[in-house]
Write a new protein. Sequence first.
Length: 381
Amino acid sequence: MMERRDLPKGWAWKKLKTLITVNYGKGLSEKLRLGGNVPVYGANGVVGFHNASITKGQTIVIGRKGSAGAVNWSEIACWPIDTTFFIDEFPEILYPKFLYQFLRSQQIDRLQQSAAIPGLNRDVLYSVQVPIPYPDDPARSLAEQRRIAARLETLLGEARALRAEVQSMRRDLAQVMESALAEAFPAPQGEAAEGWGWKKVSEIVEIHDRGRIPIKESQRIAGNTPYCGANGIIDYVDGYTHEGDFVLLAEDGGNFKGFEQSAYLMSGKFWANNHVHVLRGKEKLLDSKYLYFVLYFSDLTPYLTGATRPKLTQSALQKIIIPIPYPNDPARSLAEQRRIVASLERIAEETRALDASLAQDLRDLEALEQSILAAAFRGEV
C-alpha cells in the first residue's frame, strides 16, 4: 500500500468513494450462459461467455468472494457475476486504466475480511485512497494518467512475457522426468528389452496393509509421527502403525494415471490410514525405491474398480505387473535396479533444483511487477 509521504508534488489523494460507484455483479449460472462474445467474469477472471452484458463499456472487475481483491480489466462491456464488484463509469478526471493499474498495485486481497470464505466489503473498498495527479488541472491530469498507464502496459507486458517464458520452462522441465521414466522402464504393452521380464506384484512385493487404522481429525492426538493417506502426509500424530522403509500407494482417493501417481516413499515410523497400501520389495528380489519409480510411472487405471470412487483393491494390486531386469538372476537384477534408481534420483534431484529456481524466478517477477506499479504511483516511471 502507498504511504502518503510517497505522493508526488502536485498530486492529491482522493477516496475511491468520491470518484466512482462500485457496483455488485449479477448472478449468471453456467447453464444460463448462452455463448456469444460477451465475457462473463468471476472473481479471478473470465469464466465463460454470454450474449448480453450488464456493464456499459470498459470495466474494472474486482473479486468480492473467493479470489477476493483480484483485479481484472475488460476492454469491452461484460457480465460480472455475483462474486464480484465492478466499475464501469468513470469521471472526466479519471482515466480508467490508470485506476485499474493503481488498484492492482494496492494488493486489495489483503483487505479481505472473512477467513472461512475470503470476502471483500464494499465499504472497505470505498475507503481506498487514490492518488490523482494535478487534480486542479484536468487536462494535465488526464495526460499524466494516460502516460503512466501506457508506460505500465509496456513494462508489465515485458514482465508478463518473461513470466510466460519461465512457466513454459517449468512445463518443459516436468517432461524431463516423464521422459527419463519412459526410457528406464518398458511399457506393459510393448516389448521388453533384452534381459528384461515381467513379474506380478504378488511374486515380488510384500503387502503390509494389516494394521492400517484411520483416525478422524477430531480424535487425533498431536505428535511427531506422519499420518499418511492416499496423497501424502495428512497430519502428525502420536503413535505409529508401521516402521521401516516402505512405498505407499493410494488405495482410493488418489491419482492412478501415471507420471502423477499417488505413490510416495516413507522411512522410519509412520501411521497409515485405510486409504493407502503399504508396500515393500521382497528381500533379494526387488528394491523398494525401484518399486516406487515403477508405480510412479505406471498407469494403474485398468486395475481399478468402482465408478464413483475408483479403488485399487488388494486383489487387483497383486495382479499388477512390474518390469524386472534379469528376473532369473536376482543378484544381477538388484544391482541393475539400484543403478536405475540412482540415475532416476539424480535426474529427480536436478529437476527439483531447477524447478525451485524457476519458481523463485516467478516470485521475483511478481515482486518486480509490484515494484513497477508502486514506482508508477510515486511518479517514478
